[in-house]
Design a protein around this ligand. Sequence first.
Ligand SMILES: Cc1ncc(COP(=O)(O)O)c(C=O)c1O
Length: 366
Amino acid sequence: MKFTVPDYIQAIEPYVPGKPLENLEREYGISDSVKLASNENPLGPSPKALAAIRNGLAALHRYPDGAGHLLTRKIAVANGILPANVVIGNGSDDIIALLVRALIRPGDRVIVPRPSFLMYAITASAAGARVDAVPLKDLAMDLDAMAERVTTGTRLVFVCNPNNPTGTVVTQTSFDRFMTRLPEDVVVVVDEAYIEFASNPDCLITGQPSDVNRPLVTLRTFSKVYGLAGLRVGYGIMPASLAELLNRVRPPFNVNSMAQAAAAAALDDQAFLQQTVGLVHRGLRDLYDALERLGLTYFKTEANFFLIDVGQPADVVFENMLRQGVIVRSMRAYGFPTYIRINVGLEPENRRFLRALETVLSQKEA
Ligand SMILES: Cc1ncc(COP(=O)(O)O)c(C=O)c1O
């Protein structure tokens, strides 16, 4: 078949998502497997969100509210901002896509940290942008180096806080310095997909009313702490003029009615949020202790996932862990060939992971 494809599309390396449990069980003929590969909420969805979905089922023949009034208003109240500062998306991935669609022409420059969430570079590249990837320093975002990379062609800069996959955070002080170094027309996107898990008191948190005078965008998601990854709903907080622009290029029904209802209900479910954060913090302490006993190097995190150096090819460990029914993420594609990333699971899942890892690493030594 013949068709013409732009070079910049040909050059894109596809995003490889975490392996779904069903595929693993089918391929390996096992059951009761455990997935710790996609930073999901091990408690499941917020119960209030589930109730909202049940209530909304009978209206599925209707189109969703294209403006997402109820959800937008709730997000605004929760963050102390105005509805005009909010754009809702089919996951925060969608807000990244809308920003790129609204702001980027082929040849424009976009700065991303590396390694970080891969969709920044993929989405920008798909619009023909030139992506300037700035390496992390000691696993953390190097904001000084990122500021130095800004040129007259730079339109967008992505900051991931906490950073996926390293779990490190940016401090308020270093971010303030960074902002003073940037030209005022460069749009800065701070992705706070995991911000609810951060406990470092110096951690930057954006999305406050005082922030919305500069072209600063905060990305948040319902996929992680609220447990709604499968529904696909996230949002951006930004100056009203930028929100208005994104809404021009946003398909009117990008967030389906179940997602809108569930997300609005989840925002009211602070008990579930607290329960999730508590579970993750306890799980991290237990996992760190156990890994220390095993003599493995790991990297403390401010998110619900962290990196472990398994001291041998991570792709092999990933495969052998699959055979034990545990899905982890190899970090080879992120430039860490001996690291795996796991997210915190339920207590029995964490124990199962530790047993599997011990088995896999001892097999290799035998
Ligand atoms: C840093 C970061 N940002 C954004 C996302 C995408 O989230 P969503 O499910 O809202 O599209 C992820 C998902 O893993 C992520 O790790």
